[in-house]
Write a protein of this length. Structure first.
Length: 175
């Protein structure tokens, strides 16, 4: 049986945790994927270089590894977007054989915190499927702010897939 002292503390702790959970921003997820006619090896050859985002994403003007070594966890890339925005990301995990990488945003004008994403290529039929999944908290208040940042990442991922299709077509289909 709980003493009145421990029961009182348990109730207070429960109330405090309830307040924290109400105030905590929900973790949001954006998941997009695209089927490509190219082989997984051909797609990974194009997107598997952490420092090579500018080579296939149409919104990216330049990518530079500013710390560490390309494709090594801990590497930091500085991204310059064509509209002039600057984003800094850190590679958290890289699996060349499994064709996946996970990274996080360190600095960005996008109103999010705790953003991390996984980009992977997997076989599908005679081609491949690229899957891009981001998880984050929106820093803006309300559902409208959350919906806007979700839509922004969805558009970023889809633009990347369009860029991949264009680059793979230019390269002869990537079989």
């Amino acid at each position: 049986m709980l003493s009145s002292f421990s029961l009182r503390h348990a109730v207070a702790l429960g109330a405090a945790l309830a307040c924290l959970s109400v105030r905590a921003a929900p973790v949001l997820e954006v998941r997009e994927s695209a089927a490509l006619a190219a082989s997984p090896a051909a797609v990974w050859k194009l997107i598997g270089r952490y420092g090579g985002l500018h080579g296939w994403h149409p919104a990216v003007a330049d990518t530079r590894i500013s710390r560490g070594k390309d494709n090594d966890p801990g590497a930091v890339r500085d991204i310059t977007v064509k509209d002039g925005a600057h984003i800094v990301e850190e590679l958290l995990a890289y699996d060349g054989k499994g064709r996946s990488m996970r990274y996080r945003i360190v600095e960005s004008p996008i109103p999010v915190k705790n953003y991390s994403a996984t980009l992977r290529v997997q076989p599908e039929g005679k081609g491949s499927r690229v899957v891009w999944v981001g998880r984050f908290e929106a820093t803006g208040e309300g559902q409208e702010a959350r919906d806007k940042v979700r839509a922004l990442f969805s558009d970023i991922y889809k633009a990347g897939f369009d860029g991949l299709r264009t680059r793979l077509e230019e390269g002869g289909g990537g079989k």
